[in-house]
Ligand binder design. Structure first.
Ligand code: GCO
Ligand code: MG
Length: 402
């Protein structure tokens, strides 16, 4: 079998998605997600100019060799743009291999390790009452694990609080929106949210929270400690994680489980955190961490150190990425949880898929491949629209982390 063409499809059914389609001389094709939120066109150019021309004529079954060719062969390694492009190729090749074998992808990875994939949904509100009401709604929908985010008194807006309660979409403007942040106000408020949620819903549902890289290590240690009575499933992205040793300090002070990794794109970004057992969950995703080929290496490293997986699954990761993540989750021995933010109806129509939600779990289908396709005619009806993630400033105007 040979790869005969590669096509990049950009579509915006409510938000932008970049999809790679690789076709073979035997009529089998594979699909991969290449979406990098707010930087979509950089990946499109990387694929079109620097990757696709090297793929023509290659044997699609050589998944590992192609990964190494694109990673080592580029000389310039790592980085989100490069790794998204490699991920898209890798995903499309695994899709082709599984289709050629006539098997759902999880069978090629090692087969089923669990019946279904535990997922967490996103409850959020402008204040504690509204967030509590949303948590109740998620419980009614069958969710067993819920991430709770809440507006902070004195701040006009904050990360994770959406106008539309089911479909959170942070890339909201043609140029970056400016938000204002105060760590002091936030740190006082969050424990009150979780006290209320545990009082109202008990300790049955798993509760999670995302600090979105906004704290210093000692602030994160304080928050982890303040949240201990409420037994969170995890506290996510408490500090910006370029400096992995920050987690040593946090770890010394709190037993709240820690999760990190959605912005990581290489196994080396995870290495110290995993090997020193500074985290409990690694959140790298198929699309941002170089595809299944690298993600499973990360998971295997994590397994050695009792670290479990918790793949990023926000709406900016397309249904293709979600479908593949579910095959990975169905197989991976050290599975923890999967994030599941629902895609809009328009998105689901552009990307027909065979996974479904029931009773707090997502279930993969049995279609050969990863089970997600793209309706190109429909995709063409939604042209690209530039959209940026917001930026964040402190109250005195200092540029900060979003
Ligand atoms: C999450 C993430 C997202 C990111 C988004 C950026 O935990 O789901 O933090 O909400 O902000 O994926 O593109
Ligand atoms: Mg996050």
């Amino acid at each position: 079998m040979q790869i005969i063409s590669g096509k990049v499809i950009v579509t915006c059914p409510g938000r932008n998605f970049v999809t790679l389609k690789l076709e073979t001389d035997e009529g089998i094709y594979g699909i991969g997600d290449a979406t990098l939120n707010g930087r979509e066109q950089a990946v499109v150019a990387y694929l079109q100019e620097h990757v696709i021309p090297c793929l023509t004529g290659r044997d699609p079954h050589q998944v590992e060799d192609t990964w190494q060719y694109l990673y080592r062969g580029a000389y310039w390694r790592r980085g989100p743009v490069t790794m998204c492009a490699i991920a898209a190729v890798d995903t499309a090749l695994w899709d082709i291999k599984a289709k050629a074998a006539g098997l759902p992808l999880y069978q090629l990875l090692g087969g089923r390790s669990r019946q279904a994939v535990l997922v967490y949904g996103h409850a959020n509100g402008r204040d504690i009452d509204e967030t509590a009401e949303q948590v109740g709604k998620y419980i009614d929908m069958g969710y067993r694990a819920i991430r709770a985010q809440c507006g902070v008194p004195g701040l006009a807006s904050t990360y994770g609080v959406a106008a539309d309660k089911l479909f959170y979409e942070p890339a909201d403007a043609d140029l970056p929106t400016e938000n204002t942040w105060s760590t002091e106000k936030y740190l006082l408020h969050v424990p009150q949210l979780f006290e209320r949620l545990r009082n109202e819903f008990g300790f049955g549902p798993h509760l999670l929270h995302d600090a979105h890289h906004r704290l210093t290590p000692i602030e994160a240690a304080r928050l982890g400690r303040d949240l201990e009575p409420y037994r969170l499933f995890w506290l996510e992205d408490s500090v910006a994680c370029e400096n992995q040793q920050s987690f040593r300090l946090i770890r010394q002070h709190t037993t709240t489980p820690l999760a990190v990794g959605e912005v990581f794109n290489s196994i080396y970004d995870c290495q110290q955190l995993i090997a020193e057992q500074l985290i409990d969950y690694i959140r790298t995703s198929v699309v941002h961490a170089g595809g299944i080929t690298q993600l499973r290496r990360i998971a295997s490293l994590a397994e050695l150190y009792h670290v479990r997986t918790g793949c990023h699954g926000a709406t900016d990761l397309s249904p293709v990425c979600m479908g593949v993540a579910l095959h990975f989750d169905t197989w991976v021995p050290n599975f923890g949880i999967q994030e599941y933010m629902r895609h809009s109806e328009a998105t689901d129509e552009v990307f027909p898929h065979d996974y479904h939600f029931a009773d707090g779990y997502l279930h993969t289908g049995e279609t050969p491949g990863h089970g997600v396709d793209i309706d190109e005619a429909l995709a063409a009806k939604y042209p690209y629209q530039r959209a940026f993630l917001p930026v964040n400033r402190l109250e005195d105007g200092t540029m900060f982390n979003w």
